[in-house]
Design a protein around this ligand. Structure first.
Ligand code: ZN
Length: 418
């Protein structure tokens, strides 16, 4: 089965140690690892096919041609592990059982230098290792800072450290429930961050709050088994990072951020659009991204736009959430168009920072253009806000029904993206 490594050396902590809550008594098996070229052409993604979540993991690159991965878990096994085919890049793979988990070593071909990063696949038990091509000089620097993981002298001294890290589950949602039961409603902007300033001097932050509170009222009244969590209920300022983290902490099933659009030089522009996080694929999506990411944040200054690299990684690790987000977005736009009789500009993807921190399906709604005098009047009226809020509510209600049904059909397990 597994070959025994004969490496000796000292294990130093702090290379890359991430953790999951320990759970599940079932045997966890590493079935295989597979590698695919990245869509951006900058390297590879190696997938570790695990049957359960690992307690923790660590990666090391002690030599230019060696990637070591340590997977922690008492029940981890490599029984029937299927070795990947040898390629020019991936020369050899070895697995070894250790006292508190397993070790996997990937031997790379000569001249194939990569920077590595590990990400848990959001909706699954797999781990992803992103490999990004780098120069030999950059490789040398990484090797200098990386310590060899010595499987043979690995005696579980890190157990205490693991126990401490187990308490930090901030980035992992625990799927204890089988129903849609928590929604986070996020009124965009607030406080000194007024958002866009529309026709007649109205503020985006006020429209966003009014519509958000109405959506929340409908949910509390008509879907009493759903808990509503607000990021703000008054004119206060909340950072974009904090908004998403509220959703992650609340173990929300959905994060909905509500905003209003504006465009300076085209007063006739009008209509709704709903975004989910991903690479912006149109100029208008890029414009919204720049505007929504650029409001001043006193803690971090002007937030930089997400890099393409960050978005590629997000897409890799959040495939399941993205599919759900896109579905919700299309239901919302469907309501705007067919029931609220608005002009729908459609469902779009963009690198919106506020959506990034929510480890949950997440959408951002632009309810209309406050730079357009007619639409500004509509959105600033009790009547217009009621129309928009009830459309958003109906989409959320329909989505909850669909979601709960699909969970029941899947025997209580969440739909996977494979
Ligand atoms: Zn906004």
């Amino acid at each position: 089965m597994s070959k025994v490594f004969i490496f000796a050396g000292i294990l130093l902590a702090g290379l890359c140690l991430c953790t999951f809550p320990a759970h599940l008594s079932a045997q966890n098996t590493l079935e295989r690892i597979s590698a695919v070229e990245r869509s951006d052409g900058k390297g590879f993604v190696v997938r570790y096919h695990l049957s359960e979540l690992t307690d923790s993991f660590k990666v090391a690159q002690p030599a230019a041609d060696l990637i070591q991965m340590k997977l922690y878990g008492q029940d981890l096994d490599t029984l029937n592990f299927r070795f990947p085919p040898q390629t020019e890049t991936f020369q050899n793979v070895e697995v070894a059982k250790t006292s508190n988990g397993i070790g996997v070593e990937i031997q790379l071909g000569i001249g194939h230098y990569f920077r590595t990063n590990v990400y848990p696949d959001q909706n699954r038990t797999h781990l992803l290792l992103a490999l990004e091509r780098i120069s030999f000089t950059e490789m040398e620097r990484i090797v200098e800072q990386s310590e060899l993981i010595a499987w043979s002298t690995d005696t579980g001294a890190e157990d205490t450290l693991l126990a401490e890290l187990d308490e930090d589950d901030s980035f992992l949602r625990l799927r204890e429930s089988v129903n849609f039961q928590v929604i986070v409603l996020d009124a965009g902007h607030g406080g000194h961050d007024v958002g866009a300033i529309g026709h007649g001097g109205i503020y985006e932050k006020d429209i966003a709050l009014d519509v958000t509170l109405k959506v929340g009222e409908y949910i509390e009244k008509y879907l009493p088994d759903v808990k509503v969590v607000y990021t703000r209920t008054d004119d206060s300022y909340v950072t974009r990072a904090e908004r998403g983290l509220i959703a992650t902490r609340a173990k929300a099933d959905l994060f909905v951020s509500i905003h209003a659009n504006s465009v300076g030089n085209a007063p006739t522009a009008n209509g709704t659009e709903t975004f989910f996080l991903g690479l912006a694929r149109s100029q208008s999506a890029l414009d919204v991204m720049k505007r929504e990411n650029s409001s001043f944040d006193p803690e971090s200054g002007y937030a930089p736009n997400l890099t393409e690299e960050e978005l590629v990684i997000y897409e890799l690790t959040n495939a399941g959430n993205m599919a759900i987000s896109e579905r919700v977005a299309s239901m919302i736009e469907g309501q705007f168009k067919n029931r609220a009789n608005r002009r729908s500009r459609g469902v779009k993807q963009a690198g919106l920072e506020v959506l990034r921190y929510a480890a949950t399906p997440a959408v951002l709604i632009e309810v209309g253009f406050i730079s357009n005098p007619t639409e500004a009047r509509f959105l600033n009226s009790e009547y217009g806000q009621t129309i928009m809020a009830s459309a958003i509510f109906r989409a959320i209600r329909d989505f909850k029904l669909e979601y709960d049904r699909s969970l029941r059909n899947n025997n209580g397990s969440r739909a996977s993206n494979e």
